[in-house]
Write a protein that binds this ligand. Structure first.
Ligand code: HPA
Ligand code: ZN
Length: 339
């Protein structure tokens, strides 16, 4: 099984690039840029990664992001993630970035996106990994601040496929950003949103109805509203589920309690992703491996999860078809017993 997971061609749809900052690189960049961190060693940072909820994580995550200053920093961060993608057999990835985390510290929007896209282009050319970029608005900040960020993004429209919504969910419902998302769609961006991670199932409904999202990020609290689950199945709305994240942030006590398998069996288009792998104890391969073990996933389940991700990705038909063929070939190899 672990071998089959290692070989499975993967698509990642829920990855915050700032959340892939490993402590070693954090310290290297802090030294490079003269940034003082609230921790004195790599071990002390890792010890700080004991979270009680989303907010306790976000406080550490924003502190860590303060070491990212130059275009080269954003490039190196993204390149390090792409190396992990190569080891995990990730063939396509859709990356979130949080411009406000940086622009609010005086870092130019162009610095952030230039560094990220330079690495993504190299990832495509040198590693054969295709990618898309999704701009996330920080929902604990105002709708006006989100609108100003959207305006900064307009010159980069051809490099950003979609806009999303992340940060503290409770008390910041999707409806707060309806106007911003209307404008974003008018400008040609697709939309996604974090909803139903800590927030109620109603936030998932709002994201669908008011923000017209193509996917829900997390969405695991949908099960509290059975009619909503029926709708997610009927409309095949993808959920980008992040199992290890959900345990680290205490959405589920143990991975064995996670509802991923229940949702998969109900016909929901669920996918497996890593969210903030440096902080939550694993990249996508580890999320697959731990979930397969804890939830007793079968080869059929793995294939369904992989196909769901390909179908949920913002991909052109030709690349989509190629990735589906790679999954067919993986399956044939599993059947012939060499997996
Ligand atoms: N939820 C909300 N905001 C985030 C997350 C998350 O899991 N990761 C990074 N920002
Ligand atoms: Zn997330």
């Amino acid at each position: 099984m672990q071998e089959a997971i290692a070989r499975l061609p993967k698509v990642e749809l829920h990855l915050h690039i700032e959340g892939s900052l490993e402590p070693e690189l954090m310290f290297e960049l802090a030294a490079r840029n003269g940034v003082i961190l609230p921790w004195d060693s790599v071990e002390a940072v890792r010890r700080a990664y004991a979270f009680s909820d989303l907010q306790s994580f976000l406080d550490v995550y924003y502190a860590g992001a303060s070491v990212l200053v130059t275009e080269q920093d954003f490039h190196d961060l993204t390149w390090a993630y792409l190396q992990r993608c190569r080891s995990d057999k990730v063939r396509h990835t859709e990356i979130f970035f949080d411009p406000q985390t940086h622009t609010d510290r005086g870092i130019a929007f162009d610095t952030v996106i230039s560094g990220i896209t330079r690495a993504l282009d190299a990832g495509r050319d040198q590693l054969g990994i295709s990618s898309q970029l999704i701009l996330c608005f920080l929902r604990h900040l105002s709708a006006d601040a989100a609108m100003a960020t959207l305006e900064q993004a307009l010159p980069w429209k051809d490099r950003i496929v979609a806009v999303g919504l992340d940060s503290s969910e409770k008390g910041h419902p999707p409806e707060k950003f309806q106007h911003v998302f209307d404008r974003a769609r008018g400008e040609g961006f697709l939309t996604v949103a974090h909803a139903g991670e800590e927030g109620p199932a109603d936030y998932i409904r709002q994201a669908l109805d008011l923000l017209e999202v193509r996917r829900i990020d997390h969405g695991v609290r949908c099960v509290e509203d059975p009619e909503l689950v029926t709708r997610l199945v009927a409309e095949q709305v993808p959920l980008t589920v992040c199992p290890l994240s959900n345990v680290k942030l205490c959405v589920f006590e143990r991975l064995e309690d996670h509802n991923l398998k229940q949702l998969l069996d109900a016909g929901v288009c669920v996918t497996i992703n890593s969210d903030d792998p440096s902080y939550f104890g694993g990249y996508i391969g580890e999320n697959f491996a731990a979930s397969a073990e804890a939830l007793d996933l079968s080869i059929d389940d793995l294939e369904r999860l992989a196909r769901n991700a390909v179908n949920a990705a913002f991909l052109e038909t030709e690349r989509r078809d190629d990735l589906l063929i790679e999954i067919d070939q993986w399956r044939e190899r599993c059947e012939s017993g060499c997996a």
